[in-house]
Design a protein around this ligand. Structure first.
Ligand code: NAP
Length: 247
């Protein structure tokens, strides 16, 4: 019997956690669609690395907060591969600041990328997965979406919203055997956390029972497992990847 080649689309896959996720799917034998917004060269080097696992890979530029660009990305992905088995909504930004100084523009920008971007991608990819009657969607939330964080009202709201969106999508799509789950990473070593002050990192470490910061691969491994048949009865869940920070 001919084996179906599976395809995974990872947003924001040029660097950080998204890069590790795209490479983990490539290593697991999936063809990968590497979305990026600004990191063109980085995405190109992820493509080369993915291809070294013997799978097909393409890069597609799209701002996930722009519905038309997302639609064009999905059309291009379908032209190339004809199916999308896994969507990982990984793209995310932060614009931190205390609420009394936070502009509405900075509040909305973070919601637009983190929450509306996730909505845009689910909307267009779910149409394809509905026809396939299969699929796994994984949305990147954060422990901050569960417990809040001073200075991150916009980011925490977006990540809490991602959890509501995940559960609603899980209920809407379950009849077509499409599973939708979220991952809530704690502190993972990437560009996003590199900008934190040392004193904030030390404070954060005190709250992590496993006493170590996470690596992008820690999140990537959970994504591949969650998309696999081993997790076929799991939907609408939020999986914490945080060294025990929130329990
Ligand atoms: P990162 O290194 O800053 O990477 C962010 C990624 O998002 C980049 O690939 C970037 O793409 C992409 N992106 C930003 N705006 C975009 C847009 N408008 N359209 C498409 N892509 C866009 O951050 P990271 O730490 O890897 O974070 C990845 C995800 O995990 C985010 O959703 C973040 O909120 C979440 N998370 C991270 C941590 C952590 O501790 N690091 C903890 C909890 C949750 P370009 O570079 O191409 O623009």
């Amino acid at each position: 019997m001919e084996q179906v080649e599976k395809t995974a689309l990872v947003t924001g896959a040029g660097k950080g956690i998204g890069k590790a996720i795209a490479l983990a799917f490539a290593q697991a034998g999936y063809n990968v669609i590497i979305n990026y917004n600004g990191s063109k060269e980085a995405a190109q080097s992820v493509l080369k690395e993915a291809e070294s696992y013997g799978v097909k890979a393409i890069t597609i530029q799209a701002d996930v907060s722009n519905d038309e660009q997302v639609k064009a990305m999905i059309d291009q992905a379908m032209e190339q591969f004809g199916r999308i088995d896994v969507l990982v909504n990984n793209s995310g930004i932060n614009k931190d600041g205390l609420m009394m100084r936070m502009s509405l523009e900075d509040f909305h920008k973070v919601i637009a990328v983190n929450l509306e971007g996730t909505f845009n991608c689910i909307k267009h990819v779910s149409r394809i997965m509905m026809k396939q009657r299969s699929g796994s969607i994984i949305n990147m939330s954060s422990v901050v979406g569960l417990i809040g964080n001073a200075g991150q009202a916009n980011y925490a709201s977006s990540k809490a919203g991602v959890i509501g969106l995940t559960k609603s999508a899980a209920r809407e799509l379950a009849l077509r055997q499409i599973r939708v789950n979220a991952i809530a990473p704690g502190f993972i070593d990437t560009d996003m956390t590199a900008k934190l002050a040392e004193k904030d990192k030390t404070k954060m470490m005190e709250q992590i029972p496993l006493k170590t910061f996470g690596k992008p691969e820690d999140v990537a491994n959970v994504c591949v497992a969650l998309a696999s048949d081993a997790f076929s009865y799991v939907t609408g869940q939020v999986i914490h990847v945080d060294g025990g920070m929130v329990m």
